[in-house]
Design a protein around this ligand. Sequence first.
Ligand SMILES: Nc1ncnc2c1ncn2[C@@H]1O[C@H](COP(=O)(O)OP(=O)(O)O)[C@@H](O)[C@H]1O
Ligand SMILES: [Mg+2]
Length: 441
Amino acid sequence: MKSRPISLQRRLGVGLTLGLVVLWLTITLLIAAMLTKTLNKALDSSLEEVAQRMLSLAVVEILNRETPDLLQQVVALHPHDEYITYLVRSADGTPLLQSHAVDAAIFPAKPQLGLRTRATHRLYGASAVSGTIFIEVAEPLASRNQALRQSLKLLLLPLIFLIPLSLLGIWLFVGYSLGGVKTYRDALEARGANDLTPVAANNLPTEILPIAEAVNHLLARLRFTLEAERSFTANSAHELRTPLAAALAQAQRLRHEVPDGSLKERAIRIEKSLGELANLSEKLLQLAKADLGGFLVEAPYDLGQILGYLLGELSLEAKARVKLFLPEAKPVTSLVDPDALAILMRNLIENALKHGAANQPVEVHLTIEGVLRVVNAGPIVPAEDMQHLTERFVRSKTLASGSGLGLAIAQTIALGVGTKLVLYSPAKGREDGFEVSLKLP
Ligand SMILES: Nc1ncnc2c1ncn2[C@@H]1O[C@H](COP(=O)(O)OP(=O)(O)O)[C@@H](O)[C@H]1O
Ligand SMILES: [Mg+2]
């Protein structure tokens, strides 16, 4: 199964951010472990310190009493919450002295020595006077845990900002780094059959540069092949001209010289076939020229005038049928090479005369916006044929002779100047007929 392509931006964004989060969490865990250890050590040592100090004071106080066994509670100088509480007892557990807010439940029944952790408190016990007076101090575990939790929170807090920031940053940075690739893609997309020149590969990452070079190689090979094909077509058509013209002349002479009858009919057929062949070779030559592209000239010229000349070249019979409609206001100018435009228009007018209803006028319209339309009457061309008519050697049902190259030539020239033929059948604003229109640049 072919996997769906994933954008590099997304891949790097998600991948690097995930990596960053994992790294951050690992470091946070390590710091938390270290912090717990150090914190416990420091707090334990101060707990011991407090116990030792308290014990020496307590011993003096207890020994100075008249009745040493009587429990005394140290009165607080100021009312306050006790953080560290203590309990002084004799070896059998009789309490002798305690801090004011002490909770006896947190201490064991009998005093014990050293550091211990009980359910809610950390305890430390010490003894004096040969093991007769014991002190135990207790510190709630909750406060230690809270300190730890707060430091953890502080360490994790940056992640909330870090994740979107890293995603956004990587997204923007990768997008910026890939800018050259996008420009390259656009340049490549803009290439058509008429422009196979190397694509400039500026600002491309070194990983992609070899691809660009390979593409340029391919383009060069393609250009070479296409040029070879075109020049072969053009040369063959050109070389065929003279022998075809000679053969045609011979056939015409033959037709005049033979007496009426089957022989003359055959001569006429030969002449007709040779005429079609000459036509085909002419069209192939035009097509080869049209394929060259680059049909724009520097200075704009008057389109109406060129159309006038073109119609002037037609045969008398054709001239009588073709009607030219020019905008009245002002001349329409164009940058399309006049020779290319002449080839295009001749093909369209020839089609209209040949395929359109005989004895009906052919209209050539030029609008002020530079839209050229060639309209003729005649049967409607089936819709399924319409979209293929501009392909090479494609013809619809017609009685007229031809090669199927006329519209292909016209379309190639139109594409070469950056526009397109639009075919209509029936013609716009009519019930029948055929129309070709194109907007000249
Ligand atoms: N003006 C037109 N009126 C009717 N049909 C047309 C017209 N122009 C072209 N066509 C149809 O399009 C087909 C292709 O035209 P073209 O490429 O010029 O080839 P050809 O003229 O040699 O047949 C024609 O065979 C015809 O069926
Ligand atoms: Mg034609």
